[in-house]
Design a binder for this molecule. Structure first.
Ligand SMILES: CC(C)(COP(=O)(O)OP(=O)(O)OC[C@H]1O[C@@H](n2cnc3c(N)ncnc32)[C@H](O)[C@@H]1OP(=O)(O)O)[C@@H](O)C(=O)NCCC(=O)NCCS
Length: 187
């Protein structure tokens, strides 16, 4: 079953798994790689430096990782077959923290445009539906806004915030969630 097909059923697909606190250092690396590889041309060098290194400098990923609900999209490591821990790498991840807020969504440059963030979003949205949430919210970047809009997220407001020592424009967005029906097997 393809990653997106499996995730559309609301459970983590074969290569989606729950994040755990021990993933912290790898997530910091994915975050940095995502920003350094994909933000050129859209953000200034000062913004890229502030954003890419923020988690390593501040430890900002620890709390969402410990308290939130996160999913990793993984890939087999070169030379290792699928199997227990240590044989896969995290290519992308997303975290709900608190449960109605998409706090993090990042994908390594080498793995982008493969549908990984979309599959993570689909699974996180399904989880929120199963929890009877009526909507999700987030603060989108220039890079994530088009993807979110394509998935039915709506811009509520634009804002400018100081983040990691630089000013950023971002968009507050929501995704209205249709309730699951009682007979829906995903519930
Ligand atoms: C935003 C981000 C997470 C998207 O990750 P991604 O895994 O590349 O996302 P997807 O592959 O699901 O979708 C990205 C695009 O690839 C397209 N795509 C998906 N599967 C594809 C495939 N197999 N082949 C080609 N294109 C594909 C999608 O349609 C989408 O197009 P769009 O941008 O025109 O809407 C990633 O760009 C990133 O890490 N950005 C930096 C950090 C950031 O901005 N995070 C959000 C703020 S908190």
């Amino acid at each position: 079953m393809s990653l997106s097909a499996a995730a559309s059923h609301g459970r983590p697909a074969a290569d989606l798994r729950r994040l755990r606190p021990a993933d912290h250092d790898e997530l910091v690396a994915v975050y940095r790689d995502a920003v350094l590889s994909q933000s050129g041309g859209r953000y200034s060098q000062a913004q890229i430096d502030a954003w890419a290194h923020h988690p390593a400098r501040s430890g900002a990923l620890r709390q969402p990782l410990a308290e939130g609900y996160g999913l990793a999209s993984t890939a087999p490591l070169a030379g290792a077959g699928p199997g227990p821990d240590g044989t896969t790498s995290i290519e992308a991840f997303g975290v709900l923290h608190p449960g109605d807020r998409l706090a993090l969504l990042y994908c390594r440059g080498r793995a982008c445009r493969q549908g990984r963030a979309s599959a993570i979003l689909r699974a996180l949205e399904e989880r929120a539906r199963r929890q009877s949430l009526r909507q999700l919210r987030t603060e989108a970047s220039q890079l994530s806004r088009p993807l979110l809009e394509r998935r039915g997220w709506l811009v509520e407001a634009e804002e400018t915030v100081l983040f990691g020592g630089a000013w950023f424009q971002r968009w507050r967005m929501i995704k209205p969630l249709s309730p699951l029906h009682r007979s829906d097997p995903r519930g």
